[in-house]
Design a protein around this ligand. Structure first.
Ligand SMILES: NC(=O)c1ccc[n+]([C@@H]2O[C@H](COP(=O)([O-])OP(=O)(O)OC[C@H]3O[C@@H](n4cnc5c(N)ncnc54)[C@H](OP(=O)(O)O)[C@@H]3O)[C@@H](O)[C@H]2O)c1
Length: 307
């Protein structure tokens, strides 16, 4: 099969396009003929060797996909060859920038006929992450106010829509060029982080969802009211430390399971979530797309067209 993979850690330029052996379905697995795979913020970090663990080279990058079931391993009885499915690889696994993907059948979901493979791939990991953070971890409620850092990114643009659907007031940070895009997703207030210090402009939030990391993450605690909670996905395996003892810092556990993917489908059916702005690249141009992602200033999602 064709794949975009690395044989050493480095910048996006180490991503090679070439041939690798087709995977086979182990018991409990399916093999999917991928149609689309998305690029996530984590991918350039995996490429650079910034994730723990010792991956085996050649390493195919990528975590989410949409495609068609091509083979069933022993014990898979609830899917059929030809089903259109989407999903996210098991935690700790990478490998969707390619034509054929082996994955546990239990953690994929049926793609609705009215959702394109491109949109399904674009929504899979970002949706899973936003759901695990906003609903499961922060337990955001109607009437609460949330600050979502990095609004124009993949995870945050899903989270903005979800928070609005739950009845919360949403404040978000982005560069000025993304203001109208984020207002269109439902954000009540968009703060241009290049001209305004959010710690001066925002206070008394019930919740913060940080997708930016670094100094932005650490300073986010200051906008919380006493009893407030903050969730972090770009600060490593733990929430960053805080001097405040009256607020809670949380690191969401983003698992992989079918019910969360079905929740994405349901939210889309209800009209609560729409697919982000997508920029498409052919699989052969994965390195170029990864370079754009690594620069961390994109709007919406980058998606690889596999076939
Ligand atoms: N399972 C997990 O825990 C999990 C899952 C997914 C992602 N993540 C992590 O979450 C982070 C976000 O991922 P993603 O895929 O959503 O990222 P992304 O799509 O690459 O988002 C980048 C966005 O960050 C914005 N940005 C950059 N600097 C900013 C700042 N100082 N203030 C506000 N916005 C800023 C950019 O907007 P502008 O163009 O407006 O600057 C851009 O839209 C990554 O670090 C990723 O590794 C973790």
């Amino acid at each position: 099969m064709k794949a975009a993979y690395i044989t050493q850690f480095g910048g996006p330029e180490v991503l090679t396009y070439g041939d690798l052996p087709d995977p086979v379905a182990a018991p409990g697995q399916i093999v999917v003929d991928a149609v689309a795979a998305s690029i996530n913020g984590a991918d350039s970090k995996v490429c650079a060797g910034e994730y723990p663990g010792s991956p085996k080279f050649p390493l195919v990058l990528g975590r989410d996909f949409s495609g068609v079931v091509a083979a069933l391993g022993d014990g898979v009885h609830d899917l059929r060859v030809g089903d259109e499915v989407f999903g996210v690889l098991e935690t700790g696994r990478d490998g969707t920038y390619c034509e054929k993907i082996a994955i546990g059948g239990a953690i994929v979901a049926q793609k609705p006929a009215d959702m394109t493979h491109v949109d399904a791939a674009a929504l899979a990991l970002t949706g899973l992450t936003a759901l695990c953070t906003v609903e499961d971890t922060l337990k955001l409620k109607a009437g609460e106010t949330i600050l979502i850092q990095g609004g124009a990114g993949g995870v945050a643009s899903f989270a903005i829509q979800l928070a609005k659907h739950l009845g919360a007031r949403v404040i978000t940070t982005a560069s000025a060029a993304n203001r109208d895009y984020l207002r269109g997703l439902g954000a009540d207030e968009v703060i241009d982080y290049n001209t305004t210090d959010f710690t001066q402009a925002v206070k008394n939030c019930d919740a913060v969802f940080d997708t930016v990391g670094g100094d932005v993450a650490t300073r986010s605690y200051t906008v919380l009211k006493p009893g407030g909670r903050a969730a972090f996905i770009a600060s490593g395996a733990k929430a960053p430390p805080s001097d405040r003892t009256d607020v809670t810092g949380l690191r969401p556990a983003v698992g992989r399971d079918r019910p969360h993917l079905e929740r994405i489908v349901e939210l889309r059916r209800l009209g609560a979530i729409r697919a982000p702005v997508v920029t498409l690249y052919d699989l052969a141009r994965a390195s170029e797309a990864l370079k754009v992602s690594a620069a961390r200033h994109l709007k919406g999602k980058l998606v690889l067209k596999v076939r």
